[in-house]
Design a protein around this ligand. Structure first.
Ligand code: DGL
Length: 283
């Protein structure tokens, strides 16, 4: 029997689960390795050199898993070191970037861009914003929101958004950290504004990089209606295709991968997936 093609997704923690969900909607018959670098999280408050070392170790894990391509489902890692990782690894490394262009294209005029402190301070992020001429951007980097979402994904309370987010009136909000997409509906409600994320684009590029055909899409994610790619229920009729498989890995000795499995099933409701187990020890 032909071996399932393997693809990797990595983040500092749960943030990349939204990208994984999009991948599962697009692909069939693929084995995904989801690597959460929870031992070194949060990335958003670390130095660039440390992040690059951690991301490299994470990609080495995925390389040992035999992936054809890997996505950095992390805006921070992408902003800091995606180019370096592309030079280092023999497979395509896909990045995730704040969806400022989709917000501009949707006609938003006053856009709040939420990113981690580290992303905010990178040259890559500054260049991304400078390329968009249309909207006025307000950049805000909540120091502890990613950690609060991570704790929520591990079974803790839902984050109190008013403790983390600025007040203001915006006609669009860019979720420039994949963790924020996991509470994106609540952020959309907080500002009564549509939210934009890069999850779908990252998933599409990962599947394409692996030379996989996509499952036919049966739903449209309309950000202007506040619908999030990460929370929308998929009606894609993937039952007729070979199921995907997901294997969760994490760098700490905790059982967080079990939390992700539970979070994943509870919140993201994938239909076409089997959760696999790793026998090998990577750490
Ligand atoms: N999820 C990551 C991002 O997209 C980073 C969160 C963190 O570890 O600070 O930026």
């Amino acid at each position: 029997m032909e071996e399932m093609p393997r693809l990797g997704i990595m983040d500092s923690g749960a943030g990349g689960l939204g990208v994984l969900k999009e991948c599962l909607r697009l692909a069939h018959g693929v084995r995904f390795y989801y690597f959460a670098d929870d031992a070194h999280a949060p990335y958003g408050s670390k130095g660039e050199r440390d992040i690059a070392i951690d991301v490299r170790s994470g990609l080495e894990v995925l390389q040992r898993c035999g992936v054809r391509a890997a996505a950095l489902a992390c805006n921070t890692a992408t902003a800091v070191c995606v180019e370096e990782m592309r030079r280092r690894f023999p497979f395509p490394v896909i990045g995730t970037e704040p969806a400022v262009r989709p917000a501009a294209r949707a006609g938003c005029k006053h856009v709040l861009v939420l990113v981690t402190p580290r992303t905010r301070d990178t040259a890559r992020f500054r260049a991304l914003l400078a390329r968009e001429r249309g909207p006025a951007f307000t950049v805000f980097a909540p120091p502890a929101l990613a950690s609060a979402v991570e704790a929520y994904a591990a079974g803790g309370p839902f984050p109190t958004l008013s403790d983390h987010l600025p007040e203001g009136s915006f006609d669009g909000v860019v979720l420039g950290c994949t963790h924020y997409t996991l509470v994106g509906e609540a952020i959309a409600a907080f500002y009564s504004a549509p939210v934009f994320d890069g999850n779908l684009g990252t998933a599409q590029r990962l599947i394409a990089a692996a030379g996989r055909e996509s499952c036919p899409r049966s739903g449209i994610s309309d950000h202007r209606k506040g619908a999030l790619t990460t929370s929308e229920f998929s009606t894609c009729d993937c039952e007729s295709f070979t199921k995907n498989e997901v294997i969760f890995l994490n760098s700490s000795k905790s059982n967080k991968n079990l939390c992700y499995e539970q979070t994943f099933f509870k919140r993201l409701m994938p239909k076409n997936v089997v959760i696999g187990k790793m026998d090998e020890k990577f750490f």
